[in-house]
Ligand binder design. Sequence first.
Ligand code: AMP
Length: 391
Amino acid sequence: MQASVLVINCGSSSIKYALIPADDAPRLEGIAERLGSQEARLKAKDAQGEAHEGALAGADHAAALAAIFERLDGHTPVAVGHRIVHGGEHFTRASLLDDEVLAAVEQTSALAPLHNPANLAGIAAARELYPELPQVGVFDTAFHQSLPAHAYRYALPASLYRDHGIRRYGFHGTSHAFVSQRADALAGGNDHGWLTAHLGNGCSTCAVWQGQSRDTSMGLTPLEGLVMGTRSGDVDPGLHAHLHRQLGWSLDEIDAMLNQRSGLKGLSELTNDMRELEAAAERGHPGASLALEVFCYRIAKSLAALSCALPTLSGLIFTGGIGENSPRVRAKVIAALPHFGLDLEDAANQATLRGREGRIDTGLGPQLWVIPTDEEGQIAHETRQLLERQA
Ligand code: AMP
């Protein structure tokens, strides 16, 4: 396992990790969950793919990271690559996390109060435990810093942007970057215009022209845009005032409803899990069928809107748990874009599942790709690139 990078994705009560070798050697990966409680646990997969689970009672981020290092079978990484959700306008690419850079990350915390503080806790613990290792930050927002102003500005008083940074930032940048670069490699050349659809529990679309993000569906927060597992995506901006004035709901109640009780779950009154939803629709559950219809229509509508950002369309890319595994969702999205001239090959669509990469069009229209995302691999790649630039 030569020149491995340890990739860390720190949440408020969890740490996902993956030790990514420079070659094709197997990855060691796992997750420490329920940190800060007596139920804290570490679930790890070894190089043979075997699962191990152990108690970490009462462990905080630092104790969990120390336990994770012990599970690396004696491999010492060359660097730690940290996923950071929000980089504001400051970060356009991966950055070495020194004191100055960390102060800038802290300043963006107001834009991602639920995510950035957890990312910073993980970075602080990793720096303290392993001061000799370079620590690199890779930002979800960085790939979208190439958006032109007409795509990132809201039509709000300009002072809100100038004084408070209220603008569209976009998220899932690591995933959109990875799948569009992979499609460039598969299609040959990088003179391409791709529409990418990252469809997982969180969902977003992106228009990528010649390797650069030109527009995306998420905005100031990861709530804007598509219907997601439990998130509403776009609603009328007048909804908050309406719910407050007519029903007396507080801002916190409205925020929790839009983030946790909406989306596929809210529409179906059943589940946010696409597998269960498809099975229920199959059995004739009306809420599940409606949730599927709204979900797919809104993806198509978003892709059509984002096509305005591309001079030409090379093709569509599906990724994320749903994009990689649901031929039904892919077919419905494509059927809702009749004027795009897309020509789906049914057999290829049905057969491209469970981590398989493949082209699912007949060759007559724009290309249709299923590309499994690899956010950890992309973070390791960007971390290595940064170290090489600095060598
Ligand atoms: P992610 O957040 O990328 O892990 O994606 C999670 C979503 O992918 C959930 O809605 C899952 O139900 C969905 N998913 C995973 N496997 C399948 C499958 N075989 N068919 C349909 N949806 C799936």
